[in-house]
Design a protein around this ligand. Structure first.
Ligand code: PLP
Length: 372
């Protein structure tokens, strides 16, 4: 008889304790579980208006090319992104969603014991991928007013730091770090720190006028940096899984290229992202509508007496009087999907995406009922 072993013990110790990323429920799963037909999907920060009409027009023509491998170098998209961002193509890295780039950063730059500084609450993968590589993550909580704690970050950065990673504006909080604060945080980094600014929501923040040009500030200070962007949010292409990084140098980009899976993005994703970039007007119209609805949702939540974090994104983060999981569960029964936060200290917080106006109204109506 072979001895019985616990198969869990076969995995790397880093994996055994790794938290699972909370991707939330799909529309289909909620329909089945609660027998509701109408779903308001407000848990994943998608653009409810969808991609550029030009994407929809060109989509069918891709079908006859499905038997070919995609371009492993994503040449045309990389060139389009380089032109769009006024940077050299060899400083652009394409990922299967920017979440894959976060993984590539961890694999390319982090060894066991390396220290990573981020914020709390954080985008889960900013912690999960470093932990997977055996790095130590130090998360600096936001202030009581739900803003970045700039002093706290500077103090955390006074110790050796391999990577600083955070999203600006923040997911899930929504707050934005302006130029002066960003300049201080970057100046506080040790010289060999790789600075990663995840700009998944930059298109929404840009409507505020004081969204900082992180690249310019990082260049001023001669740092090694990566700025992450995605087509999943304002460009409305979440299903295609495509995002990118802009790098301070071809050397930094080449580290990511070395660990990148060969055919990491599909031909349809490369092609449709290239098309989406040619129609920034559509993206801006979607952003403008979302920003208008956001003001209405935030005001309605405040009118219910709830604390709402400042937001520069396509979602609102707010505190509920009781456990967020319970409230989110009650909303699910009405077909409304939101994201209850699970991080320690934020168990009463919910993140709700701004959807179509009718979905926002359904959310507000059912939340009022659920909170009594
Ligand atoms: C949504 C999101 C991403 C991931 O987007 P992809 O779909 O993987 O491109 C990355 N970072 C933050 C902060 C996000 O909110």
């Amino acid at each position: 008889m072979p001895e019985t072993i616990d198969h869990q013990t076969l995995c790397r110790p880093e994996v055994r304790t790794l938290p699972r990323y909370n991707a939330g429920l799909s529309e289909e799963a909620v329909k089945r579980k609660f027998g509701v037909s109408r779903i308001s999907k407000l848990g994943s920060n998608e653009n409810p208006y969808g991609p550029s009409p030009e994407v929809l027009r060109q989509w069918p023509a891709l079908a006859h090319r499905l038997f070919r491998y995609p371009d492993a170098g994503a040449t045309r998209l990389r060139e389009g992104i380089a032109r769009f961002n006024d940077i050299a193509p060899d400083q652009v890295v394409i990922g299967n969603g920017s979440e894959q780039i976060i993984r590539m950063i961890a694999e390319g730059f982090l060894s066991p014991g390396d220290r990573v500084v981020t914020v709390r609450p954080a985008f889960g993968l900013h912690e999960i991928h470093p932990l997977l590589m055996g790095a130590v993550v130090d998360a600096v909580p936001v202030t009581a007013g739900a803003e970045f704690d700039v002093d706290g970050l500077c103090r955390a950065l006074s110790r050796p730091t391999k990577v600083l990673i955070f999203s600006n504006p923040s997911n899930p909080v929504g707050c934005m770090m302006k130029a002066d604060a960003l300049r201080r945080v970057i100046a506080a980094c040790p010289p060999r720190t790789l600075i990663v600014v995840d700009e998944a929501y930059r298109e929404y923040a840009e409507t505020d006028g004081d969204y900082p040009d992180a690249r310019a500030i990082l260049r001023e200070q001669g740092r090694a940096w990566l700025c992450l962007r995605t087509f999943s949010k304002a460009y409305g292409l979440a299903a295609l899984r495509i995002g990118y990084a802009l790098a301070s140098s071809a050397q930094v980009a080449s580290v990511l290229e070395t660990v990148r899976d060969t055919f990491n993005t599909t031909m349809p994703a490369q092609e449709m992202a290239t098309v989406a970039l040619t129609d920034p007007d559509h993206m801006r119209q979607c952003v403008a509508r979302t920003v208008a609805s956001r003001a209405r949702v935030a005001a309605a939540l405040r009118a219910m007496g709830l604390f709402v974090a400042p937001t520069h994104t396509n979602f609102v983060f707010f505190r509920t009087p009781r456990d967020a999981m319970e409230v989110a569960g009650d909303l699910l029964r009405h077909g409304v999907i939101v994201k209850p936060w699970k991080e320690k200290g934020f168990e009463n917080w919910i993140r709700v995406s701004i959807g179509l106006p009718e979905d926002n109204e359904r959310f507000l109506k059912h939340l009022a009922e659920v909170l009594g």
